[in-house]
Design a protein around this ligand. Sequence first.
Ligand SMILES: CSC[C@H]1O[C@H](OP(=O)(O)O)[C@H](O)[C@@H]1O
Length: 352
Amino acid sequence: MANSSDQRSLGTQPVRWHGDSLELLDQRLLPTEEHWITAEGASAVAQCITDMVVRGAPAIGISAAYGVALAARHAGGSENWQVEVRQSIEQLAKSRPTAVNLFWALQRMEKVFLACSELDEAVERLAAEAVLIHKEDIAANLAMADHALDVMSPQQAIGVLTHCNTGALATGGYGTALGVIRRLHERNLLKKVYADETRPWLQGSRLTAWELSRDEIPVTLNADGAAAAILASGKVNWVVVGADRITANGDVANKIGTYSLAVLARHHNVGFMVVAPSSTVDMTLLEGAQIPIEEREGTEIREIRGIPLAPAGVEVFNPVFDVTPANLIDAIVTEKGAVLKPDLAGMKALFA
Ligand SMILES: CSC[C@H]1O[C@H](OP(=O)(O)O)[C@H](O)[C@@H]1O
């Protein structure tokens, strides 16, 4: 995907589309190794999503869209090509449960699929739709950065703390919360950015610190447990995070540890901003308690790259997302605009 016409650095995009295959940067190996996996079919893309080769709500949706396009591309000669594509959509839908972008992208691809009567038409139109979803995500990220700075209206350089990875690696490019950080840096309005390491998967230390360092944006990595002291220090004006699913009342599911950051931010009178494209908004769910929260293997906490960090077999509770109630959020920023002090009425005004 070429850089956007505005010549801004989009950062390292996590997927490369080749028409008959999709290359995915294996984010499990960063920061020590840049290894690209080539997926030639939907099942390979689904496995890459489940295994977190590619992760991040928008990037998951974009990858799944390309996976559907690959299903049609490689169904050639089959009399049951419609069955094969439908089975691929169903398989991709089972890859991870929380990020609604996955289901949003699959529904959009299915709509195109159902409008195609011939395989050749489906191959062409599904590929075009996946590329469009990718391009729209980049445009959304660039727009969200503008809306976020309007909300912040910084009169001087500010301090920001972020959680997990919401950069180019988690999206089609540029990033959501990290896109705001990129924009602040571009405008010389970024005094300091603290990045939570974000245990257990370490998206912050392995991905955010890598992305920002690569793009020469100064970043300070901190243990998750240091966030409270950092917010107490007065060095941070805003906590800026992404989202995996936002419900109609403004509750937000995001990486585990986000909820505690929101409590800390409110306690220390620090702004708390969620930045996510409208493909992350799920108006079919009224509140956060309805969001399916993914739990992953205990080994992700007991070990790091096979090195034991805990007694073998110790019981683990490993939810990889939590829900931040709307009343702890100062702003939800999307490409359509910002919802300040989000509630059902404010969300309906933008997304009804
Ligand atoms: C740009 S949204 C990224 C969002 O996804 C992350 O989760 P995961 O790395 O498990 O896919 C995290 O919740 C981020 O905020």
